[in-house]
Design a protein. Structure first.
Length: 301
C-alpha cells in the first residue's frame, strides 16, 4: 500500500465540495485527475469512501471514519513545512489561523496580536470570528490552528483547556423606560420583569448570560434576540432592554457614559473562556505567546 498526502488532500477536497469538478477547481487539478486519484485511493484501501447520489459524492461510513484522520495528517504536514522551512521561527514568516468567538475576537485578541507583532514582525495572525459553535466547528475541520470560545464545546474529539476568566456585568442606557429608577439599582423583581437583550442560540455570550442569570431569575419575562454583541450594545443604548455582557465588550460605551452598569443583588457574574484545539494540531511557541497559555496547557507545543 502506498498512500500519498496528495490522495488524502484530494479526498478531503471532494468531501468538502461534493463533486470531483468542484474539488479540482479548489485545489488546481482537472476533474479527470481528481477522479483518477480518488479511484486509486479507494482501490488501495479496498473500500469505497463515497456514495454516488446523482452527480454528488456523499461520504459513507468508511469515508466519515477516514476524514478526520486525513485532515490531521494534512495539518501535521502543514505544521512541519512552517516549522522547518527555516530553523528560526522569529526570522521566518509565520501565519497562524485563530478562530475566536465574538467577544474574544473583537475585544481581547487585537491587543494580543499587536503584542505578538511587537516581538516578531514576521508573525501574522488571521483572525476568524464566529459564534462558539462556528469556531468549534472550524477547529474540528482543521480550518484554524486553535479556537478561543466563550461557551462549552460540544464538538466531539477536541481538546479543551481553560484559557481565561471573564467578568459579566448588566448594563442599561439612558433611554430605557425605567432609566431613572435603574440608576439607583434594581431588585430581583425588576430584573425578573425586564426585557433582556440576548444573542442567538449557539452563541457563547447567550449561553453565558443564561447560565449567569437563569439560576436567579428562573426565566426571562421578555427576550429580544439580536444577532451580535455590537447590536446588543446599541440596543441597550437605545433603551430596548437590559444586557448582560463581558465588561471588556462594554468598556468603551460605559466610559463614554452611553451605557451604565446596573447595581443588582446578583452575586458576581463570571464565566470561563476556553482554548480548543484539534488533537492533530501542535501549539508552537509563537502561538503560545500570542495566547499567553499557562504552563502545561497543550503541553506538547
Amino acid at each position: 500500500m502506498h498512500l500519498s498526502l496528495r490522495q488524502l488532500q484530494i479526498f478531503s477536497a471532494v468531501a468538502d465540495s461534493g463533486t470531483t469538478t468542484a474539488a479540482g477547481e479548489a485545489i488546481g487539478l482537472s476533474q479527470s485527475a481528481v477522479s483518477a486519484a480518488l479511484n486509486e485511493l479507494e482501490n488501495l484501501l479496498g473500500l469505497t469512501l463515497f456514495d454516488r447520489v446523482g452527480r454528488r459524492l456523499v461520504l459513507n461510513g468508511h469515508g466519515r471514519a477516514l476524514l478526520p484522520e486525513a485532515r490531521a495528517l494534512l495539518a501535521g504536514m502543514d505544521d512541519i513545512e512552517r516549522r522547518f522551512r527555516a530553523g528560526d521561527e522569529t526570522a521566518t514568516p509565520v501565519r497562524w489561523r485563530v478562530g475566536a468567538s465574538t467577544t474574544i475576537g473583537n475585544y481581547l485578541m487585537p491587543a494580543r496580536i499587536a503584542d505578538l507583532r511587537d516581538g516578531n514582525d514576521q508573525a501574522h495572525v488571521d483572525l476568524v470570528i464566529g459564534n462558539t459553535r462556528e469556531v468549534a466547528g472550524a477547529v474540528q475541520r482543521l480550518e484554524v490552528d486553535i479556537g478561543l470560545i466563550e461557551g462549552p464545546c460540544h464538538e466531539p474529539g477536541l481538546e479543551v483547556a481553560l484559557w481565561r476568566e471573564d467578568e459579566l456585568i448588566v448594563v442599561f442606557g439612558d433611554r430605557h423606560p425605567q432609566a431613572a429608577a435603574l440608576h439607583a439599582g434594581a431588585d430581583m423583581a425588576r430584573l425578573r420583569g425586564a426585557c433582556w437583550l440576548l444573542r442567538e442560540p449557539g452563541s457563547g455570550t447567550r449561553e453565558a448570560a443564561e447560565q449567569a442569570l437563569l439560576p436567579h431569575l428562573h426565566g426571562f419575562a421578555e427576550v429580544l434576540q439580536l444577532g451580535g454583541t455590537e447590536a446588543i450594545k446599541q440596543g441597550a443604548v437605545a433603551g430596548l432592554g437590559l444586557a448582560c455582557l463581558s465588561r471588556h465588550a462594554v468598556a468603551d460605551l460605559v466610559a463614554l457614559g452611553r451605557l451604565h452598569e446596573l447595581a443588582t443583588p446578583l452575586p458576581p457574574l463570571r464565566r470561563q473562556l476556553w482554548a480548543v484545539r484539534h488533537p492533530g494540531k501542535r501549539v508552537p511557541a509563537s502561538l503560545r505567546r500570542l495566547l499567553a497559555l499557562e504552563v502545561g496547557v497543550f503541553a506538547d507545543g
